[in-house]
Design a protein around this ligand. Sequence first.
Ligand code: NAI
Length: 399
Amino acid sequence: MVIEPIIKGVVARSAHPYGCEASIQNQIQFAKKATQIKNGPKRVLILGASSGFGLAARIALTFGGSQADTIGVSFERGPSDKGVGTAGWYNNIFFKQEAEKEGRKAINIIGDAFSQDTRDQVIEAIETYFEGEVDLIIYSLATGVRPNPETGEKWVSSIKPIGDNVTGATVMLDTDEWQETTIEAATEDEIEATIKVMGGSDWESWVDTLINSESIAEGCKTIAFSYIGSEANYPIYRNGTLGWAKVDLHQASHSLNLKLANFNGSAHATVCKALVTKASVFIPTFTPYIMALYRAMKEDGTHEGCIEQMQRLFSDKLYNHEPIPVDAERLIRMDDWEMKPNVQQRVTELMSQMNATNFKDIGDFQGYKQEFMQLNGFDVDGVDYQQDITLEQLTTLEP
Ligand code: NAI
């Protein structure tokens, strides 16, 4: 069969395995040539390793100077009679192949990061492959549902404003149409559930689990990713359910920092730049901001993707500086270039002009769409998209 892109709304329903492979190779090439990570970690656990920031962090730490071995946890689907499987499934496979070619260990654990079974598998893998200890724990899960560990009932997150309704546009990635939507303000229960799913409590419970299993190495660090944004998107982000969940994550970083101080380690929430990922295209009314930001940062010469952000985080901030550079709230700011006054001024200007008929000209729609396609292995240079691929051939690939 020839694998074609299938998109419904803002969700990709197919992925191209060899496009994912090429995209991994491109990121590896970037990491090899970039400013190298010095004094980096050797044994890294990444929760949410198969796409977005988690995958980029894994590539940067393996190929960008640190030569780390990694254990990656993700929730992905392989090929079956229902379809070819998810992009993250193939990212895991091809990352591992490339890492092993360079003599690095790359262990993929596919399972629900909220389950006890996955925790047990991770502890066992740390015992088996890392001599029992990790040097860095990266928490990069993005999900909408988390089971309550005590009752098993599910908390479901809602990406909504708090207080007032918000009206804005989302660009559908199947039809390329601009859709105006009004998002109703969240209820108390929705706020609470979103904090449970996207806040810091699961991050904290993972680190507690690893402390209890004596898997923390001397000097072990942990990071989780956050976003703040600017006034242009405060109503849906910072002042909404997501923003409140991120404040909870920031607070968790302080209590984890105290716990890891016992090992001469640290915990930091790391504020990243807004980027197109499987998770971010879901945020209603966020698209015009990202399209304006991409254009403004490309004009400014400071645009970065996930791999550029992660390589810079580890080479410039987390490992090459003592003390680690942080802001007044002890956050690592990888959104420093996004927040430059000239960039934000340009974003505001572009957003004020953008509408349903001109968004493709005013914003960087092409860049936005291309990155979305590439996340799923499409639109990557050098890939033969006409090649005939069989399900049998794909099932022989093992994560
Ligand atoms: P993503 O959707 O690309 O990756 C999420 C990862 O989590 C995948 O590896 C997926 O398999 C894994 N995952 C999801 N549910 C799981 C489960 N139950 N068990 C195991 N693995 C599971 O997401 P992205 O965008 O890289 O997000 C990572 C973090 O970065 C999130 O906290 C997000 O809020 C944050 N962030 C994202 C920004 C953006 O613009 N994309 C900006 C700043 C922060």
